[in-house]
Design a binder for this molecule. Structure first.
Ligand code: IDP
Length: 141
């Protein structure tokens, strides 16, 4: 199996609920390693740039408003099949549809405030990791 990297964000709702550690435990228990991390208050421009692919969608403004509503915890995760593994740990976008035991089923409130972001492909993961981390900030081990 391929060792991959993926970009994960603990969103403002989950940071406000003080469950960063519980979410990190899900990653580590599944064999994913945190190889870079930073807590950050995103600017509007950063949030808009990160979600540029959604800029024509009706929920774009709400999504950006939410992502700048408080600090986020951003991490690069590394491990076997990291992209898909992280998506499985996260659960469906809408927490009402997320499988029991997933991060979103356990910690998310709504489709807007849904606790975590995770890259959806290896290609996007590379772009998203580079959006927030310089190569020198990644401690692969
Ligand atoms: P994902 O985060 O599960 O990959 P995406 O489709 O990439 O989902 O959407 C990005 C984010 O935009 C979602 O996590 C969610 O917060 C928000 N979002 C997606 N679809 C809707 C919607 O229909 N209404 C409101 N917010 C949405």
């Amino acid at each position: 199996m391929a060792i991959e990297r993926t970009l994960s964000i603990v969103k403002p709702d989950a940071v406000a609920k003080n469950v960063i550690g519980k979410i990190y435990d899900r990653f580590e228990s599944a064999g994913l390693k945190v190889v870079a991390a930073k807590m950050k208050q995103l600017s509007r421009a950063e949030a808009e740039g990160f979600y540029a692919v959604h800029k024509e969608r009706p929920f774009f403004k709400d999504l950006v408003d939410f992502m700048v509503s408080g600090p986020v915890m951003i991490q690069a995760l590394e491990g076997e099949n990291a992209v898909l593994k992280n998506r499985e740990l996260m659960g469906a976008t809408d927490p009402k549809k997320a499988e029991a035991g997933t991060i979103r089923a356990d910690f998310a409130d709504s489709i807007d405030a849904n606790a975590v972001h995770g890259s959806d492909s290896v290609e996007n993961a590379a772009i998203e990791v580079a959006y927030f981390f310089a190569a020198s900030e990644i401690c692969s081990r």
